[in-house]
Structure formats: C-alpha cells, structure tokens
Design a protein. Sequence first.
Length: 139
Amino acid sequence: SDQKTYALVGDGEINEGPIWEGALFAAHHNLKNFMVIVDENGYQAMGRTEDVIKLGSIQAKFESFGFEAFTIDGHDEDAIDSAISQLWVSDSTSPKALIAKTVKGKGVPFMEHNNSWHYTRLDKQSYAQALAAVAGSTS
C-alpha cells in the first residue's frame, strides 16, 4: 500500500519501552511508509528530559534500529516540509524518523523553557498575555 502512517511522540515519551518495541517492529518489517516524528523540546512531565533519562542522539538511536532519520529545527516550516519530502522520496525500504528540535512554549516569553506549563492551565490573564505574544510574533 502507498498509504503513509505517522506517529508523533515527545522526547520524554521515548523513555518508555513500547516506543522502542514499535521502532524495532517497524524496522524488522521494513515499514517504509511509516514515519515517526519526535518533538525534542528537552522536557517531560517530571522535568528536563536529560535529568530524567539521558537520551544522547535520538537520530543515532533510530538509525541504529534501521530507520532513515533527519534532525531539523521543528519551528522551521520549510525545513519540516523539505525533510518529510526527502524522506518519502527515498528508495529506502526503511521506516523514517524526523527529530524536530523545538522550544517548549516558543513564542510566549513566560512559557518558554518553563516546564510548569506542561500541566498548568491558563487563567484569563495568562491566556490574554499568551494570545498577545503569539499575535505579536506573527506580524
């Protein structure tokens, strides 16, 4: 089938065994139409990802399992489009991995690199501040 399947995971989430079991399965069965996209923002619910479990190079890990992989700036839409296109046009029978390096809370100064926003709700005031920050960054 030519149908493409995507899985979006976070760098904290890939500390879990089922992620790697799935990666091994995809590589073993040459699932060439499967792409995992990893949001590598350096945080998970319990803190900085590297403080919980050191990951090293996520790209190298996926490549060691037989994936074709790229690491890109996850905030650069052109880089995202280009990498996805390059991975899909490949003649490789391997599954694909795209590691998107991002900044948690990007565009909202009081949220950037602030892990408390992983699980905190916005009140009316912080919502208005966040909306103003995002609106200002798009002009």
